[in-house]
Design a protein around this ligand. Structure first.
Ligand code: ADP
Ligand code: ZN
Length: 449
């Protein structure tokens, strides 16, 4: 089912005309209403009435998370506070939270794009939807909630965490659709397994997973253990929250962008250059319709590619790839760029280790060291015998070496591998997972001159 057929299957030339009209109006809107944009445009000599086409986009300045922080909390709002009916704040993965506001119209747009996401994920009116995204300042819970109600789902606002309750609801209410983070879906799978519940006996057809990076290999694993489709959803609070893009269950080959509301481009994160379609780079989004917090060329920090080829589901909207990493969580290990997702993708094929792991980056003798700590499976641990599980054990040494080689082939760098017993790596408690410890800042004196 396509939720908004006219807009999601529009010929691309028509869509681009609509985007151009909306961009022209947006630029005038922010120039008149937000001093920050007026000053920035004036400084750069951008004439707001000259921006008439999406081709003019590269003339406009970027906006970044720092601009939101510098105008904390409401300084970039384009409407008086009595028109704002909702406030959220980002989870602050990378620092102090940023505050976002919505007018009534913005909330309607948000519900509209999230309703499209549910339809993309295979939901239909009347389905029971278990929303295990966190409710609160985080945009995940309420964003999905309004979209679900708009589509006509029986929405259960259970929020994140409390795995025992999630399982009770899955069994008793027979939820058809569930949304949570990908790492939490694995926590849930583990819990089902230890309770002796067969996921095939549950009713869930689709898990809508997002808010953190994951991999194609992890999808295979989640789909196999949970006996359901796992589809990727993407969004960020600054732009709207969840609902920026979502995969179609038919294709699962990139997330359809809601292009009538969000004008998307990919830039070189180093130079800021606007890159041609298909290039890998940082996703930059201009909100075309938002009223309270319109954003011009917002740098998401997320690395991806955009594909405009037609999709088998019949939608004409462009699709963004998985997030390959965050421009700012990219690890530079001895000069080599490494994304945590690459490490995950390399290890997923190894039968002896679980999908849970920890990463530690440190600096020794002026050299960066990446330590990867994957957790072994319960079966492997039992086979070795708890008392024999030590770095000296022959089998442990063999597996450690094998993982080290696999990682070297995938990442082109040497890593230190330390196996953890089951249950020792960080788990998602319902929200975003924190797997990385980087201690290099504290030892920056060691940095080569
Ligand atoms: P914060 O930047 O504080 O984490 P949000 O809670 O709004 O703010 O999170 C948005 C970010 O979460 C995105 O910029 C992206 O890095 C990440 N994210 C969201 N959905 C996905 C997804 N499906 N895949 C990978 N990363 C995602
Ligand atoms: Zn599709």
């Amino acid at each position: 089912m396509i939720w908004n057929e006219p807009l999601e299957t529009m010929p691309r030339s028509e869509l681009e005309r609509l985007q151009s009209d909306r961009l022209g109006a947006l630029v005038k809107y922010v120039y008149e209403r937000v001093p920050f944009y007026r000053q920035r445009f004036d400084k750069l000599g951008v004439k707001s009435d000259r921006i008439q086409s999406i081709k003019d986009l590269p003339q406009l300045p970027f906006t970044g998370k720092n601009d939101l922080r510098d105008h904390y909390p409401f300084g970039l709002f384009a409407v008086p506070m009595d028109e704002v009916i909702r406030l959220h704040a980002s989870s602050g993965t990378t620092g102090k939270p940023t505050v976002v506001g919505y007018t009534r119209e913005d909330i309607d747009i948000w519900a509209e794009v999230c309703a499209r996401c549910f339809a993309l994920s295979g939901a239909k009116p009347g389905d029971i939807f278990q929303n295990a995204y966190g409710y609160g300042l985080f945009t995940g819970g309420l964003g999905m909630h309004y979209g679900a109600e708009k589509l006509g789902l029986n929405t259960i606002p259970v929020s994140g965490g409390n795995t025992a309750r999630q399982i009770t609801l899955l069994q008793d209410f027979r939820s058809d659709i569930m949304a949570c983070t990908p790492s939490y879906s694995l926590t849930l799978a583990d819990a089902l397994h230890s309770e002796g519940i067969n996921p095939a006996d549950l009713a869930v057809r689709s898990f809508i997973l997002g808010a953190e990076p994951w991999t194609e290999e992890m999808r295979d694993e989640i789909e196999a253990v949970l006996h359901a489709d796992a589809v990727n959803i993407y969004g960020l609070s600054e732009v709207i929250g969840p609902g920026v893009s979502n995969e179609c269950v038919e294709g699962k080959n990139g997330m359809h962008l809601m292009e009538d509301h969000f004008l998307c481009e990919v830039i070189d994160p180093e130079t800021g250059e606007h890159l041609p379609t298909g290039s890998v780079g940082e996703l930059v989004i201009t909100t075309l319709t938002k009223k309270a917090l319109p954003l011009i060329r917002y740098r998401t920090g997320d690395i991806c590619t955009i594909d405009k080829d037609p999709c088998r589901c019949g939608r004409t909207t462009a699709r963004m790839s998985r997030v390959l990493g965050r421009a700012d969580d990219m690890l530079i290990i001895r000069g080599v760029n490494v994304f945590p997702t690459q490490i995950e993708a390399a290890m997923v094929g190894l039968a002896e280790i679980s999908p849970h792991y920890r990463l530690i980056v440190s600096r020794h003798n002026r050299l960066d060291q990446l330590e990867v700590q994957p957790e072994v499976t319960e079966a492997y641990y039992q086979a070795i015998g708890e008392s024999h599980f030590s770095p000296e054990n022959q089998a442990v040494v063999e597996l450690t070496n094998r993982i080290t080689h696999t990682l070297r082939d995938a990442l082109l760098i040497n890593t230190k591998v330390t196996l953890l017993p089951p249950g020792q790596a960080p788990r998602s408690q319902g929200g975003k997972i924190q797997r990385l410890t980087d201690t290099r800042q504290q030892t920056s004196d060691d940095r080569p001159q």
